[in-house]
Design a protein around this ligand. Sequence first.
Ligand SMILES: CCCCCCC/C=C/C(=O)SCCNC(=O)CCNC(=O)[C@H](O)C(C)(C)COP(=O)(O)OP(=O)(O)OC[C@H]1O[C@@H](n2cnc3c(N)ncnc32)[C@H](O)[C@@H]1OP(=O)(O)O
Ligand SMILES: NC(=O)C1=CN([C@@H]2O[C@H](COP(=O)(O)OP(=O)(O)OC[C@H]3O[C@@H](n4cnc5c(N)ncnc54)[C@H](OP(=O)(O)O)[C@@H]3O)[C@@H](O)[C@H]2O)C=CC1
Length: 292
Amino acid sequence: MGYRSLFAPGCFSNRTIIVTGGGSGIGRCTAHELAALGANVVLVGRKPDKLEAVAREIQEDGGKVSFEVLDIRDEEGVKATVARIIAAHGPIHGLVNNAGGQFPSPLSAISKKGFDAVVSTNLTGGFLMAREVYLQSMSSHGGAIVNMLADSWGGMPGMGHSGAARMGMLNLTQTAAVEWAASGVRVNAVAPGWVASSGMDSYKDEGVRAMIPLLKKEVPLQRLATESEVSAAIVFLLTDAAAFITGDVIKIDGGASCNTKIFPLEETTASKPYEGFHRASAPRILGGESKE
Ligand SMILES: CCCCCCC/C=C/C(=O)SCCNC(=O)CCNC(=O)[C@H](O)C(C)(C)COP(=O)(O)OP(=O)(O)OC[C@H]1O[C@@H](n2cnc3c(N)ncnc32)[C@H](O)[C@@H]1OP(=O)(O)O
Ligand SMILES: NC(=O)C1=CN([C@@H]2O[C@H](COP(=O)(O)OP(=O)(O)OC[C@H]3O[C@@H](n4cnc5c(N)ncnc54)[C@H](OP(=O)(O)O)[C@@H]3O)[C@@H](O)[C@H]2O)C=CC1
């Protein structure tokens, strides 16, 4: 009958896709997936050695890849980088706005400089990348953008700066989806809960490191996500299989955002007091004030 799967090998052939933060963690994993499906991948990040190492890995696997050194918060740098990518590769078909991060800290301990660093990385930088890719390329031929959010639907002690930025990115995703739909541009997002990514190794604070093994307690599926479970959702949103999906968010959190936290999971059938990690106890673990 000649049925053609939308996930066929080579489904991204002749498509150029930018992956910001492609030098490590989820971005690296996504870049590998996209290249394996035939995409011409352009990695973006601040550190050339990391980008070069990932580019080499992908080339060794037979993939098409190059990289651009860029701080996504640098407006002129973003404009020039997007122009350079188009000059070298032609139209841009996909953007994975993955670059980001934060340092866990209670709100009361965050300086303006620190708050600005997190918001400019996780919100403004993503905006600049999406705007330039739209203006310089996708507005004339369509494309797909996937933004990185996180499980920030409620207050998460220690994550107020990045939570605020991610929720800003949620509205930006929805607004861009509406404004750019007529140009054939789809804009979606993924919202992971905790991911066992290499990025988690960047947390050096002892209190935060002690918290990591406890995080799975609030996840109904009782573990952290893998990098490839996040990149699979990103890749799906870029495929033609998602052609009628825009302005949407895929949560990859093992059900964490569905857990009301009123009763910790293991206490729902037991009577002993809960002593593990849950959202209300995070400030104590992070060294901040707690109302408990
Ligand atoms: C239930 C599930 C909830 C899910 C929640 C989401 C979980 C998310 C996890 C992850 O994201 S893991 C990935 C982690 N990866 C990273 O965080 C990447 C590395 N991080 C950074 O690059 C920075 O943290 C940054 C803020 C994203 C970028 O900072 P920038 O490069 O601008 O830093 P600086 O210029 O060096 O510093 C500016 C300013 O920011 C403050 N600051 C930065 N980093 C730290 C830190 N590690 N600890 C404390 N403070 C930090 C600091 O105030 C700096 O000001 P000065 O010290 O220079 O005055
Ligand atoms: N791990 C987790 O539990 C979760 C992660 N996330 C988010 O997923 C994304 C990927 O995280 P993960 O892979 O875990 O962590 P990583 O720290 O490995 O990835 C972050 C990437 O972003 C790049 N980056 C950071 N700031 C900038 C900047 N200003 N300009 C360009 N590139 C930048 C970094 O590269 P370089 O420093 O070389 O520039 C790095 O490659 C991040 O946005 C993260 O916040 C969301 C929810 C959960």
